[in-house]
Design a protein around this ligand. Sequence first.
Ligand SMILES: Cc1ncc(COP(=O)(O)O)c(C=O)c1O
Length: 367
Amino acid sequence: MGNNWPSHGGRPEQILPHLGLAAHSEVIDFSANLNPLGAPEWLPQRLIESLAGLEAYPDPDYSAACRAIAQHEGLLPAQVRLTNGGAEAIFLAAALLAERGASRATIVEPTFCEYARACHHYAMAVEALPLKQEAPEHEGFVLNEALALAAMRATDAVFLCRPNNPTGTLVERELIERMLREGQRHGSLLVVDEAFVDFVAPDERLTPLLARYDNLLLLRSMTKLYTIPGLRLGYLLGAEAVVQRIAALQLPWSINALAAALVEPLLADTDYHARTLAWLDIERPWLEHELRSLGLRVVPSCANFLLLQDSGSRPMSALLEHLARGGILARHTHNFTGLDGAWLRIAVRTRHDNTRLVKAVADWRAI
Ligand SMILES: Cc1ncc(COP(=O)(O)O)c(C=O)c1O
């Protein structure tokens, strides 16, 4: 990544010493984009009940979990592959491309660093397609259509995150469809990482497009919404033939039985999902408004996190450090291409935590 900042959020023990603070300090972690509601309350008991199953190998195809996902998404079970978090889904997408003989992929940037790592792992060259930063009054990051279509023509695949980490922006569905059509004509794949789609209105999911486009691969994570990054759970969705190819490339039993057994009950817990959307509906606009009132530029977000910059010229590194000294951890942007540390990303958390953040930013303003 060209610098020695930790490459992911949620690592206080790494970032605090980097800022010259004690590694064990208590912090409120705004640096990982997890649901502050915490894992559903029934989950620990369910895990305990699953312990007995550890003496057997899991079903190598995780058929029950795939059936539950397929039913939830309106797909066939053969269009679903369970993965060890969204991270494994990303590496499987790259493995599929490599197997097809792909040599070049485009990544819409700034975005999650693992797409580039996965492509490099499979010896593919990577080209960056930068989102255009709109003038401050719009504050958005926009995908240029002509460049996006050109990327579908010129490279074997385009990786795009929707909603995008770290900007929180959503490329319009119509443009996605035009990219898919261009890809069909030129034999290229569109890989859309929907790791944060659970935080967006359900009709924004791209699942219905799978019926028409066999060059679309959707990557999902279950660790964000359900706050289980330590358990690892995700899946990918695609055309039957593509998913079956990917299945042949996956390491055996890559998902442990405890995580796999949670898929059905997690998807069935619609109340938990509804409570999450209700929380975000109130907290994100509140936090955006408060931070803007304090003179920060806040990119309009469709997700559970916000990208910030000072609307004047104060460096975000100073705010990062000020917050950390006050026990608040934000996410640096040093390893996001095009952001290069000039922005900060923060997760939307509970009103209690968000209020502390706003207060700390106000204190920084007053310095
Ligand atoms: C955009 C994006 N995709 C995928 C992942 C990986 O998530 P998981 O914990 O499911 O592997 C992350 C994690 O931060 C992410 O930000």
